[in-house]
Design a protein around this ligand. Structure first.
Ligand SMILES: Cc1ncc(COP(=O)(O)O)c(C=O)c1O
Length: 660
């Protein structure tokens, strides 16, 4: 304004108030009310004044307080300012700047939180600039004022608090020239406005896990520097576009298509887009946070390199410490070799020596007459249900038991049985609960047929059923003529932690199975054991359900190897789980009693504002995967791919996420 007397600024609360975000404080004192002009609430009116003034030789800056209010200036901006030069055969110029805002997370609700820059980027005749920081805000504004075309500048409201170096001299930033904010070789992240800072934060985290990200700020969405974007994607072969506008028909879509078309033969993966959720921005802070671009594996920027208040983004997660489940472990090289070399035959004909060997080992381990190899623990459970119970009969199980929650309705669909869920602390129930659940023998009630115990109890936090309790509840069952079944997915964890043999635990049950894919670390399989008669019937069901195999020894060998090598070491998993629990228990907003950790499963509750899905996402962005088991519950499970050092890395990430 000092340089060019034709420049004036017009809008609501721009003079005395210095703008609601205080960005114009002092201007009216310096330039007076003829050049800093307050208007009533009348966007169409003062936008029209601006367009007219620009046509007649002035250089107005029309300040539209919230980006949402550009809806009121559309005719002036889109139909008049953008078209006049073209429709007058170049005789009329409209050197006007519309200055407005974008961005959510100010708790300003649906009419004050949108990022509508894609709308105007769509219109030929308009130029659109998105400063990503204080330096860009000055340089792009100066270019806009000096440009002979109408320019719309969107500033992120959340960025007004951001401080950064701004040279005092008269510099400009050219339109249509992207800036490589950070060079990298593995992935290109194109980010606009405040998402640039978020992308730089993500790049820093990616660097820690060995991924080199190149971050590019296009600075103007029109003109768009296609060449820089395409060349970067050609170099890295992967691209992510992050922008706070709605994803659908949005800026991310345009930039992604530019890259996809220009770098098609160089890309290793589709261009990933991260934008705002396609919903009106909610007023509820919790819901609003979910709508901004944090993507599936996002990380809140706040805790990292970003200034207070700046929002977040996704980063492709590389998992360093995977505590999601003990099922995620990878077969070791030795196990793989053993599997490759296993002698095999036709399993259906009992001609596979490795499967036969495994079944003998399991029958012996569990003290049963026979065992059958199954593809999964789920199949062991479902087949046991079918063998023990007839259609219309009832099974008693703890409410958290696997077949109730995680077998896709199998008890009803495959065995046709009711499961009567009973309760008790830590995934266990007592004699009284069993007594109360057994149906009276009447024509009306389903017949109670089977009692079900899960050792250890997964959703009970890996709790070990004490032998005396098992003895007591199964005695009640037997007295009432019920069969008994043990889901021993993690029986060997109980064995190692308690020192009680698998045979002793199993003695109280008609059927028992163990899983090789949990703590034992094999890639496939479980084995169900019982009397010979029971196993014959189980085999019939397995055949019927398509579970009978051919040269299955190659996978059964994983089980043989696991039983030989991976049982004793479960003690390490238990020690790691305890250490994890002790470290987590001291953190703000975490409720956990480390004394309850008996085996390899750690559940903890969140007591503050942080929800489990968000916490899990933040952990994931730091390379640590855990599972959200509800709005406030998180599960972490140790296994043979996690060593003591991994636990310390997980705790370091947790300390960053759970800071209170
Ligand atoms: C207690 C329990 N039972 C059964 C299963 C099913 O085992 P699979 O994944 O081998 O089907 C699981 C799996 O996590 C489990 O935790």
């Amino acid at each position: 304004m000092r340089r060019d007397p034709r420049v004036f600024l017009i809008g609501e609360d721009v003079a005395e108030a210095g703008h609601p975000f205080k960005t114009l404080v002092g201007l009216v004192q310096e330039f007076g009310t003829q050049r800093i002009i307050d208007t009533p609430i009348s966007e169409p009116g003062y936008a029209g004044i601006g367009v007219g003034a620009a046509m007649t030789g002035m250089r107005p800056i029309v300040d539209v307080m919230f980006g949402d209010f550009i809806t009121l200036t559309m005719d002036q901006m889109v139909n008049q300012a953008a078209k006049a030069h073209y429709m007058s055969g170049g005789k009329i110029k409209v050197p006007i700047v519309f200055r407005t805002t974008l961005g959510a997370t100010r708790r300003s609700a649906a009419q004050h939180s949108q990022s509508l820059h894609a709308w105007v980027s769509h219109v030929p005749g308009l130029k659109v600039a998105l400063p990503s920081g204080p330096y860009e805000a000055k340089g792009l504004m100066k270019t806009a004022i000096r440009d002979d075309s109408p320019v719309v500048i969107f500033e992120d409201k959340m960025m007004y608090r951001v401080k950064g170096p701004v040279p005092a001299d008269d510099y400009t930033i050219p339109f249509g020239v992207a800036e490589v904010k950070r060079a990298g070789t593995d992935v290109t992240i194109v980010a606009t406005s405040s998402m640039v800072a978020v992308a730089l934060g993500a790049a820093k985290m990616l660097e820690e896990i060995g991924i080199s990200a190149e971050v590019i700020d296009p600075r103007t969405t029109w003109p768009l520097d296609k060449t820089t974007l395409i060349e970067s994607a050609k170099k890295t072969s992967r691209a992510i576009v992050v922008d706070e506008g709605y994803e659908r028909y949005g800026t991310t879509a345009e930039i992604a298509s530019v890259i996809a078309e220009g770098a098609f033969y160089h890309l290793d993966a589709p261009v990933k887009r991260i934008g705002a959720m396609d919903v009106p921005v909610p007023f509820s802070p919790v819901l609003e946070d979910l709508t901004v671009p944090i993507g599936e594996v996002g990380v809140r920027g706040r805790e990292n390199t970003l200034p207070e208040g700046v929002r977040t983004m996704s980063a492709p997660a590389r998992i360093d410490v995977d505590l999601y489940s003990d099922t995620v472990s990878q077969p070791t090289a030795d196990m793989r070799r053993f599997m490759c070399e296993a002698p095999v035959g036709d399993e259906q004909k009992f001609e596979d020596p490795t499967v036969n060997q495994l079944c003998e080992m399991v029958a012996e381990l569990l003290g049963k007459e026979a065992a059958v190899f199954m593809p999964s623990g789920t199949m062991c459970n479902e087949i046991a249900l079918r063998v023990h119970a007839r259609h219309g009969e009832e099974v008693i199980a703890h409410r958290s038991a696997h077949p109730i929650n995680s077998e896709a309705g199998g008890p009803a669909a495959l065995a046709g049985v009711n499961v009567r869920a009973i309760d008790g602390p830590r995934g266990q129930f007592d004699v009284a609960a069993v007594e109360a659940a057994i149906r009276p023998r009447t024509r009306h009630a389903p017949r109670t047929r089977l009692l079900w115990v899960e050792q250890t109890s997964n959703h009970g936090g890996g709790s070990i059923w004490p032998l005396a309790r098992i003895e007591a509840v199964t005695a009640v069952a037997r007295r009432h003529g019920l069969a008994t079944h043990m889901d021993g997915a993690r029986l060997m964890n109980a064995v190692v932690a308690s020192g009680i043999s698998a045979r002793d635990y199993s003695a109280f049950f008609d059927s028992v199975w163990i899983d090789f894919t949990k703590g034992l670390g094999a890639p496939v399989g479980a084995a169900l054991a019982g009397s010979r008669e029971f196993i014959d019937e189980a085999w019939r069901c397995k055949q019927q359900m398509g579970g009978a195999m051919r040269q299955a020894g190659i996978i059964a060998a994983g089980g043989v190897y696991a039983l030989r090598h991976n049982v004793k070491r479960l003690a390490e998993d238990h020690a790691n789980a305890r250490r994890l629990a002790e470290g987590l228990a001291g953190l703000p907003g975490v409720r956990l009693d480390p004394a309850t950790i008996e085996t390899n499963i750690v559940f903890f509750e969140l007591t503050g504002e942080l929800t489990a899905p968000v916490a899990v996402e933040r952990l994931l962005a730091r390379g640590v995967r855990m599972g959200a088991s509800g709005a406030r519950l998180i599960r972490a499970v140790t296994h043979l791919d996690i060593d003591a050092d991994g636990i310390e890395r997980a705790l370091a990430a947790a300390r960053e996420v759970f800071k209170g």
